[in-house]
Design a protein around this ligand. Structure first.
Ligand SMILES: Nc1ncnc2c1ncn2[C@@H]1O[C@H](COP(=O)(O)OP(=O)(O)O)[C@@H](O)[C@H]1O
Ligand SMILES: [Mg+2]
Length: 225
């Protein structure tokens, strides 16, 4: 494998309800190398989003070891974890999760504000991204004035603007028609060729095949094929 980006060892996540314990993740062992494009598949409720959220450090886990670029994530303080996330990870959601009160421009700019990047540099970076995604003409519109495909492009631009090493996408084409979905997959393929590691959750075999490896989840664990 290429250089290791992250590894999960014996990861468990659960919720206790009364005397019952429900496992959301069960003994997950996973290595992802830099430059991989991995697809996660599995039935609804099998733990795909939970796994992605754990990898993306948006969710905690209860047991096991998670190493990201050499750092033991379980040993990090909240602040250090947030710093890792900001520096290295971009997240794309099925429902876009754009901020409706902000324009396209402002949505894309948001991560740079959190990173404390100065105005002139910020402007140049956002302009670059608008240009690259062919949405310069949409920059002053609000998310609700865009089609689903355009909203997802904005979501992806926002995820990429910080120059992440790892792009996580949870059913990114789930709300799109097949043509829009294909465009997103081609974009991911290009990003991956440019060196971005990608982990996507998808229900579509066709989309999964854009990646180089498929991980099947079933009942909170990785299914052995
Ligand atoms: N915070 C939570 N509390 C209780 N159950 C949860 C919680 N989060 C997720 N679940 C349950 O865990 C299972 C896995 O959820 P999820 O990761 O969203 O699955 P998927 O993305 O594969 O559809 C589902 O049955 C879901 O209802
Ligand atoms: Mg899900």
């Amino acid at each position: 494998m290429d250089t290791m980006l992250l590894s999960l060892r014996g990861i468990y996540k659960w919720v206790n309800t009364g005397i019952n314990r429900t496992f959301l993740l069960k003994d997950i062992n996973l290595d992802i190398g830099e430059g991989e494009f991995v697809s996660v598949m599995g039935p609804s409720g099998s733990g795909k989003s939970t796994l992605l959220n754990v990898i993306g450090m948006l969710d905690d886990f209860d047991e096991g070891a998670y190493h990201f670029m050499g750092d033991a994530v379980q040993g990090l303080r909240e602040k250090q974890r947030a710093a890792l996330y900001k520096q290295y990870i971009g997240f794309v959601f099925q429902a876009y999760h754009l901020i409706d009160e902000l324009t396209v421009y402002e949505n894309i700019e948001t991560p740079l504000l959190y990173k404390g990047i100065k105005t002139p540099e910020r402007k140049a970076m956002v302009a670059d991204m608008l240009d690259r995604f062919n949405i310069v003409g949409k920059k002053d519109l609000f998310p609700t004035q865009l089609s689903g495909g355009q909203q997802q492009l904005v979501g992806i631009a926002r995820a990429l603007i910080g120059g992440p090493k790892l792009l996580l996408a949870d059913e990114p084409t789930g709300n799109l028609n097949s043509k829009q979905g294909e465009e997103i997959m081609e974009l991911f393929q290009q990003l991956n060729r440019d060196g971005v590691t990608i982990i996507q959750v998808t229900h579509s075999e066709k989309n999964a095949e854009y990646g180089s490896r498929i991980i099947h989840l079933l009942d909170a664990h990785v299914e052995k094929k």
